[in-house]
Design a protein around this ligand. Structure first.
Ligand SMILES: [Zn+2]
Length: 569
């Protein structure tokens, strides 16, 4: 017998040989034992996860001379013919090869004849979603009126492409990707059986590379085993060479170099990758996967899902990075991956991407753009997304010497939509009324400093809308005091020019805005000492307030669990 590919040689011959897919195997075994056989099955799942293998074992179980049994004997004529792929009543149709036109036609002509030697005729239609419409219709017709003792197993990697009329007539089984450890165990078994040697690391890499598909894993092992000299042990380096991958050490070194801004080392690494003739696309792809692993290693119990890195190495590396950094880098490199498709010079794209990672150029751009956009909205008073509950304020109102309770609704939300201008004014006025009425000592007509302080942000926002240049000068001043309906604005020495400009040109527009809130108010400007300017109560309060609003916005944009407030940055 000539050379047979490993995946053919190791094709499962019984249900017990199958790796993974326990849920499907158990159901099918029960179906065989209880003689509850459906006439059509749909096996869907990723490539190489055992769909046709299961279908063949199923057919063998039904047709074994000592069956139907969930343990076909493997010795009778029919079992032997099954194993050799010569069993007359098992028909395989590959819809992908010629879209199945001839085969389906033949199927339609022959399906009515009883099985020639077994109990059941089994049709396995692989990649069934590739059938032409004509072939589908022919198939559907037989599915609608299935002849006795005919079983269809339709296999597909893309079940969503199948028409509902077909789906509804099948018993469906979804095949999962096979776990890395299951694949690794099977590979060990194969190597041992071949009386060859392989390190556990090498098999682990093969298992990871095969993305849950046993067929791919066995094919890759096949390639790797023929790469080593007779008697030599298969090692990690061999596998990396065969697959064109880069070792974890390189990725680790690269990530450290990125974090330490070590451009020299990065150039050394890219030179080595170039010298080794690695594929830049795969290198970039693996680098992204490595970063994914770097994120995963910080999550409890997620280490089983690592694709490229080993837990120990990743854990030591993870301490050097913030999660958001890694996330941003993944985003950035994924974009570069697309760029690579259209570029003539792959090395250049990768090197420049790494350079920008080091310089953090454009990496956090999206986040920065979003924050500055929010800040702008906030400054312009256009941000209305902060939903704070409206508070009911009860105030006592004197009327004809009798006490009467009235309720007024105070909207706490300082930042208002442009359309709400009128209501802002109303609220400000009604608040003012309440406050003056509450304090019986105060002169009702006089404006208090607290009112100015309270509405200062709104006033500035209005001012900015009205005349942006006025805002630019006035914003440098701070309300200092209010006396006899005169608001004093304090500027520190370095803003002397601003003060003068306000006095000469911008005072009237500020007074206009103030009039909207409080009526007729005059404005005077002062130069204040540095110490006063540093901590005027209004501006201190203002910055706290702005900070709180920013936190509120950040929380409503990104979700409260993602917002962390740090001091002293
Ligand atoms: Zn048998």
């Amino acid at each position: 017998m000539g050379y047979q590919a490993l995946y053919r040689e190791w094709r499962p011959k019984s249900f017990d040989d199958l790796v993974g897919q326990e849920h499907i195997v158990t159901t099918l075994k029960n179906a065989v034992n209880l003689d509850r056989i459906a006439h059509a099955y749909l096996f869907s799942g990723p490539r190489g996860t055992g769909k046709t293998s299961v279908a063949k074992v199923f057919a063998k179980s039904l047709n074994c001379e000592y069956g139907p049994t969930d343990k076909p004997c493997g010795e009778c004529t029919r079992c032997n013919e099954h194993d050799k792929g010569q069993f007359m009543d098992l028909m395989e149709i590959d819809a992908a090869s010629n879209r199945g036109i001839d085969e389906i036609r033949e199927l339609r002509d022959n399906v009515a004849y009883p099985p020639s030697e077994g109990r059941y005729k089994v049709y396995i239609v692989d990649e069934v979603h590739m059938l032409t419409t004509e072939a589908f219709n022919a198939l559907l017709k037989t599915l609608e009126e299935p002849p006795r003792n005919v079983i269809f197993v339709l296999a597909t990697t893309e079940p969503h492409k199948l028409p509902m009329t077909v789906l509804s007539r099948c018993q469906r089984f979804d095949f999962n990707r096979i776990s890395i450890s299951d694949i690794e165990n099977r590979l060990s078994e194969v190597v041992e059986n071949k009386e060859m040697d392989a390190t556990q690391e090498s098999l682990f890499i093969i298992a990871k590379k095969s993305d849950g598909g046993m067929r791919d894993a066995l094919s890759l092992l096949d390639q790797c085993l023929s790469f080593v000299k007779p008697g030599e042990t298969l090692k990690q380096d061999h596998v990396l060479e065969v697959t064109g991958s880069v070792s974890e050490e390189i990725y680790k070194e690269l990530m450290s170099a990125v974090q330490n801004a070590d451009l020299n080392n990065i150039l050394k690494i890219t030179q080595k990758i170039s010298d080794d003739g690695k594929d830049w696309g795969q290198f970039l792809n693996d680098l992204i996967l490595y970063m994914r692993d770097l994120l995963l290693v910080t999550i409890d119990n997620a280490t089983d899902h690592l694709l490229l890195g080993s837990r120990q190495t990743l854990e030591s590396l993870a301490n050097e990075f913030e999660k958001y950094e890694v996330l941003s880098m993944i985003d950035f490199l994924s974009e570069k991956q697309n760029e690579l498709k259209w570029s003539q010079n792959h090395r250049l794209v990768v090197e420049m991407s790494l350079y920008r990672l080091v310089k953090r150029e454009g990496i956090y751009q999206k986040l920065e753009d979003r924050i500055s956009h929010l800040e702008k909205l906030l400054q312009e008073g256009k941000y209305t997304n902060i939903q704070k509950p409206k508070e009911i304020v009860r105030s006592k109102h004197q009327d004809n010497n009798s006490e009467k309770e009235i309720e007024s609704y105070r909207d706490q939300n300082t930042y208002q939509d442009q359309n709400n201008d009128v209501s802002t004014k109303k609220n400000a006025l009604s608040n003012e009324k309440e406050e003056t009425e509450e304090g019986s000592q105060k002169d009702e007509k006089k404006l208090s400093f607290e009112q100015i302080e309270k509405h200062w942000d709104e006033i500035l926002a209005k001012l900015k809308k009205k005349k942006i240049t006025a805002h630019a000068f006035i914003v440098e001043g701070n309300p200092i005091k209010v006396e006899e309906n005169i608001l004093y604005l304090g500027f520190n020495k370095t803003h002397r020019l601003h003060k003068e400009r306000v006095e000469q040109k911008e005072r009237s527009v500020l007074q206009e805005v103030l009039a909207e809130f409080f009526g007729d108010i005059k404005v005077k400007c002062l130069i204040i000492e540095e110490s006063e300017a540093n901590v005027p109560s209004a501006s201190k309060k203002k910055s706290n307030k702005q900070q709180n609003d920013l936190i509120g916005i950040a929380e409503s944009e990104f979700g409260p669990e993602k917002v962390e407030v740090r001091k002293n940055i």
